[in-house]
Design a protein around this ligand. Structure first.
Ligand code: NDP
Length: 312
């Protein structure tokens, strides 16, 4: 039999939302336990330099920012558990969490498991991750001043990313697998009217090309003719959607049609009393480190208040 440990606040996920929730709940002396999950530090650990997180005038490397946040959370007494929560039971009180052979019970739960950008699944895409391959134009756009980039996708994200990249790049290709975009008309128009943008219809990337310096091009296949051709590019941006990391919470807490956790308006309260969600796992709109940190703070304050009200 495994021993069960009881905690006041369990936090699942170690991105900016989770660590911020940990800093606040630890300072409130709630002794939070944070489960790091599969990708300690979250999505920022696979980015390069972060230039838009306030407080770092000269920018900071993504992995370093997450390490600093982790240490800040630990400084106030957060316990970091390097495990993956594989199963939860939120129908009982206290809540039950199962993490790689260990069982925990928790009075309150903060979910900050994030979302993962979808990738095409090419081996070369992984090889050049952070070396020209990116899933965040907002983060990495300024590195492509006067350079050429390829954006993959045909939804609103692809339009938004392409539009943003035109502020820096001299040329933006959009490679889309069909002959029409699914993006809203107004967003389509914005990029189609931009002389820097060239759309490559019926096109899918089959290989990211590069050398020791990073991405140098992409091999594209025409879906109609099967022909391939190489296009020179410095950046390769994926905008083919995100998947929220919520499989563990299916049938436990309300999810929307796309699998994101539903939170009550202007709060981090979920459909289960005592369970709060923050960061990208409940955000389809902003997906920024700073907004994730902001909602992490909200979740911590709401959890603290909720626990205090139960004690009254
Ligand atoms: P979407 O799911 O809307 O679009 C994904 C795009 O990627 C589609 O064009 C799809 O092609 C393409 N795609 C998916 N898989 C592959 C693949 N394996 N190979 C090649 N292409 C692929 O995701 P978004 O992230 O664009 O948007 C998500 C939601 O967020 C939407 O509801 C959107 O409206 C919203 N959003 C709103 C914004 C705003 O209003 N400012 C900004 C950004 C997003 P296909 O069309 O052929 O399926």
């Amino acid at each position: 039999m495994t021993e069960t440990r009881h905690v006041n606040v369990a936090i699942i996920g170690s991105g900016p939302a989770g660590y911020t929730a940990a800093i606040y709940t630890a300072r409130a002396e709630l002794r939070p336990v944070l489960f790091q999950g599969l990708q300690p530090g979250g999505q920022l650990t696979i980015t390069n330099e972060v230039e838009n997180f306030p407080g770092f005038e000269h920018g900071i490397m993504g992995p370093e920012l997450m390490e600093v946040m982790k240490r800040q959370a630990q400084r106030f007494g957060t316990e970091i558990v390097p495990r993956m929560v594989e199963k939860v039971d939120l129908s009982v009180r206290p809540f039950r969490l199962f993490a790689e052979g260990a069982e925990f019970t928790a009075d309150s739960l903060i979910i900050s498991t994030g979302a993962s950008a979808r990738y095409l699944g090419l081996e070369s895409e992984q090889r050049f991750q952070g070396m020209g391959v990116s899933a965040c134009a907002t983060c990495d756009g300024p590195f492509y001043r006067d350079r050429t980039v390829v954006v993959v996708g045909g939804g609103d994200s692809a339009m938004e990313e392409a539009d943003h990249l035109t502020k820096f790049a001299k040329k933006v290709y959009i490679a889309h697998r069909r002959d029409e975009f699914r993006a809203s008309k107004i967003m389509q128009k914005r990029v189609l009217d931009n002389p820097k943008v060239e759309v490559l219809w019926n096109t899918v990337p089959v290989e990211v090309l590069g050398d020791a310096t990073g991405v140098t091009g992409v091999r594209l296949k025409d879906t109609k003719t099967g022909e391939t051709r190489d296009v020179a590019t410095d950046g390769f941006f994926l905008a083919i959607g995100h998947t929220p990391n919520t499989s563990v919470f299916e049938n436990q807490v309300e999810l929307d049609a796309k699998g994101y956790i539903v939170t009550k308006p202007d709060s981090t309260h979920t459909s289960v009393d005592g369970v709060f969600a923050c960061g990208d796992v409940q955000d389809t709109r902003y997906r920024q480190a700073i907004t994730a940190a902001g909602t992490g703070c909200m979740a911590a304050l709401e959890a603290e208040r909720w626990l205090a009200e139960r004690e009254d």
